[in-house]
Design a protein around this ligand. Sequence first.
Ligand SMILES: [Zn+2]
Length: 425
Amino acid sequence: MFDLLVRGGTLPDGTVADIGIRGERIAAVGRLDGAEAGEVIDAAGDLVSPPFVDPHFHMDAVLSYGTPRVNASGTLLEGIALWGELRELATVDDLVERALAYCDWAVSMGLLAIRSHVDTTPDHLRGVEALLEVKRRVAPYLDLQLVAFPQDGLYRTPTGRANLIRALDRGVDVVGGIPHFERTMEEGRASVRDLCEIAAERGLRIDLHCDETDDPLSRHVETLAFEVQRLGLQGRAAGSHLTSMHSMDNYYVSKLLPLIAEAEVAAIPNPLINITLQGRHDTYPKRRGLTRVKEMQAHGITVGWGQDCVLDPWYSLGTADMLDVAFMGLHVAQMTHPAEMRRCFDMVTLDNARILGLDGYGLAPGDRASLVVLDAGDPVEALRLRPARLAVVSAGKVVARAPRGDAALALPGRDARVRRRHRPA
Ligand SMILES: [Zn+2]
């Protein structure tokens, strides 16, 4: 007897299986004919995946688009300036309310683990207070991992470093930074060293906004890889964005990628944001600004797609759908081979879970019973359709349901219903 049974779903690897759940854990996977359960989800023919994971987000800024006004230039720097005004206006209640609203969207899309940066620049630390409260409130159904992020630089404000430490003391999980935004290249390099030492001393993970610029000489990821190795942080560090790598000299990159691989530093490109914020100073040809995804994967570097922003000073769209993110990444990185498309789906599930260090993530017996049932037949079809999440299960409980995306047709001699799913002959 199971508490919940997901019957006949197609797993991402193509296996058709039933999933029996007891309490918060997966109890059995395979053919469970005749099994009884308190509740049954009939997933016959539908894709059943572990939940989506977002490794890079800003939940303190989410759903604030247009406050105090929109980003007219569309640049990263105007976004940072706008956010500087907004964070002084927002109350803890505003921040909590916007973040919880976004978490509702996330759950409805099967996105059940998010790593969010939280700005630690202002002395009031209202963002930290708010997101620690949100983390506590969503914990039963969504894993929220927080990164202490000195948005204005570790050294550019008098209290930048002290406030980052205060945030970590209050329980923020991960050490963040922004070396390319420090006053000089030298201060940027020093900030990477300093932040890696803080992470090592405290036994924390580290995830830096790193080289988010079109400047090919922004090479802080090199320092990050070096310090990670020096301090034994392998497998616990990530470089977010790494957009300068798009513009770097090819010979230099051929030396850099093995260093990143050796240090087991993960990479987190954010394609929706990188493609819109980068290259704004270019005429034509205009750079894409996305880091070298396929080349890093070929070196064995873990690369995960991140969402970064939804309706905030940097990005005017967004839906909490990691399939939108992977879809954009697939196009910009030209990952169109079937194996590469498949990899894009893994990047927003398995690879991102590895970056966050999630425990019990997966669809094997003993794993946490969290999954999503999609109106698609396989991972590539899910990317193509970005379809309805028919059911979302978190820790053994059904937390969201949605109807299929079929449309009614009124055409003579044609079927009355159209579904854009497609099974090749
Ligand atoms: Zn970011």
